[in-house]
Design a protein around this ligand. Structure first.
Ligand code: PLP
Length: 410
């Protein structure tokens, strides 16, 4: 977002224009920023035969998927419906990684019949898969490396107490199943969680993956998951993807010269690609001056952006319609009948009823986690690309609230 004489702009389009055309609350995505982030990763890992697979769960709008596909990304999906969306967006089945967790064989089998890459995360499903497919369809194994990564326990997924992945201590049991059913393992996968800024974590993952790959002779790729961190506020540490790329390039080369096998590197970034590109624009409904706190009540809430409540996530907030106002301290809250604090004790330019606030870094896990809680509409989504703002999802209507409800007869 830039500051301009005539107001704030997202990728060249004035906020007041966006508000006038599309209303609020509104998710706005900067397409060029998404591509810039994709190119950053493609460049950082160019020496590793990298395949970027966008974690679709972060932002599942089909237009965003198409934009990423057009620019050379693959996709990681976590449900059969995400896979269907990815296929509809134009991805080839072999560009899609289906990273399942706690799903049944029926859903895995649908993935097989669509021709997806299958990633399995527990011994039980590995056994069912082996029984059904033997060596006729390969699978990747999601491992739990026992690494507690990142600063936030709620978004850390590779530690001992996490439900994700097959614990690496269970290697013997994995091998027993592989031998019993002739399972063909074509990839090894670790995702330690989100917002990992520590290079060491990626190197620890690498040492496990390369060690295992030596013994798994059918392995063609190592998947390092997502988790690359972006800045949520000034001074935040980001993941140094260039540094990780330099280390990993050497490790892939060493593996190749030791074994004669050239492996692909797969990554599944979500936030890194779309977080910073997204804004949630919201209108100020009320300014409530209580004796101890001044609340700004907006026309969005945890129904549209749940991350502050669910993960204690910090999202920068800016008053984009009062560029010259004197700063005051406010607590920004939603209009949902819950304690839905979007930001406490924030310094904002004087906030007046009717002002527009921009909630930043809202591109990842924003709309895709939105709901109709309190029977409120989910917002519209707009993509700005090449100077043009396009509606890519309509705001809900009352019909959406009623859809699927069946009135009982009394
Ligand atoms: N891959 C897997 C398996 C995930 O579960 C996630 C996020 O939950 C991601 C990739 C993307 O993570 P991030 O958005 O932090 O890059």
């Amino acid at each position: 977002m830039q500051f301009a004489q005539d107001g704030y702009k997202v990728s060249g389009i004035n906020i007041s224009e966006l508000k006038a055309h599309f209303g609020t609350p509104l998710y706005v995505y900067d397409g060029e920023k998404i591509i810039e982030q994709l190119k950053k990763l493609q460049t950082a890992f160019a020496g590793c035969d990298v395949k970027v697979k966008f974690a679709a769960k972060a932002l599942t709008n089909i237009s965003i998927l198409k934009l990423l596909k057009k620019n050379g990304s693959g996709v990681d999906v976590v449900s059969i419906n995400e896979a269907r969306l990815a296929l509809k967006a134009g991805f080839e089945a072999n560009e899609i990684m289906f990273t399942s967790n706690c799903i049944d064989l029926e859903e895995v089998s649908e993935g097989v019949s669509l021709g997806l890459n299958i990633n399995l995360d527990n011994l039980s499903i590995l056994e069912h898969f082996g029984k059904k497919y033997g060596n006729s369809y390969p699978c990747c194994l999601r491992l739990n490396p026992s690494i507690l990564a990142g600063g936030n326990y709620k978004i850390s997924t590779g530690h001992k107490l996490s439900k994700f992945g097959i614990p690496i201590e269970q290697l013997d049991q994995i091998n027993a199943l592989i031998d019993r059913y002739y399972i063909k393992v074509n990839g090894l996968h670790i995702h330690t969680g989100s917002e990992i800024s520590d290079t060491e974590v990626f190197l620890k993952m690498a040492s496990i993956l390369f060690e295992w790959a030596k013994d798994f002779s059918n392995v063609k790729f190592l998947d390092f998951g997502g988790g690359f961190k972006v800045a949520y506020k000034a001074g935040d540490k980001e993941t140094n993807v260039d540094e990780i790329g330099t280390h990993l390039e050497k490790l892939f080369e060493q593996f190749e010269s030791a074994t004669g096998r050239k492996l692909q590197m797969w990554i599944e970034p979500g936030k890194f690609l779309v977080s910073d590109a997204g804004y949630l624009l919201t209108k100020v409904n009320t300014v409530k001056r209580n004796p101890t706190v001044t609340f700004v009540g907006v026309n969005t809430g945890l129904n549209h952006l749940i991350r502050p409540m669910m993960y204690d996530a910090y999202h920068e907030i800016e008053n984009v319609t009062n560029l010259t106002g004197v700063q005051e301290t406010y607590t920004v809250v939603g209009n949902i009948c819950e304690t839905d604090t979007l930001g406490s004790d924030r310094k904002l330019n004087e906030v007046r009823e009717g002002d527009i606030l921009a909630i930043k870094n809202a591109g990842a896990y924003g709309y895709s986690m939105a709901s109709n809680y309190n029977s409120r509409f989910r917002p519209a989504e707009v993509l700005i690309y090449k100077g043009k703002a396009q509606l890519i999802r309509e705001r809900d209507t009352f019909e959406d609230i009623l859809r699927g409800q069946v009135e009982a007869e009394f």
